[in-house]
Design a protein. Structure first.
Length: 94
């Protein structure tokens, strides 16, 4: 479970970095209204909000790590972030 949560955290940082880069290059817009609010405030508020939200969520999953629902939730997060990473790499090739 620990490695799975670290993977989610790493992919979250990767997602934040690519989001900032794509938005700054005018290649994309932030689709999440909450995160768009923070991104409109600047890069630092965006990063802090994104890391805080995910870190708190990961902490909750860690507290309940011995329950199947937490393992399923962490797995779903990792799969979603991996799919997003594949999409970003694919879109860069287009």
């Amino acid at each position: 479970m620990r490695y799975l949560l670290f993977l989610v955290l790493f992919l979250n940082v990767l997602d934040a970095s690519t989001t900032i880069w794509f938005v700054e290059q005018s290649m994309a817009v932030e689709a999440n209204p909450l995160m768009k609010y923070f991104l409109d405030m600047g890069v630092l508020p965006f990063l802090l909000a994104k890391l805080l939200i995910v870190s708190v969520s990961l902490r909750i999953l860690w507290i309940y790590r011995d329950r199947k629902i937490a393992i399923y939730g962490a797995s779903l997060c990792a799969i979603a972030y991996l799919m997003l990473a594949v999409y970003v790499v694919y879109s860069l090739q287009s």
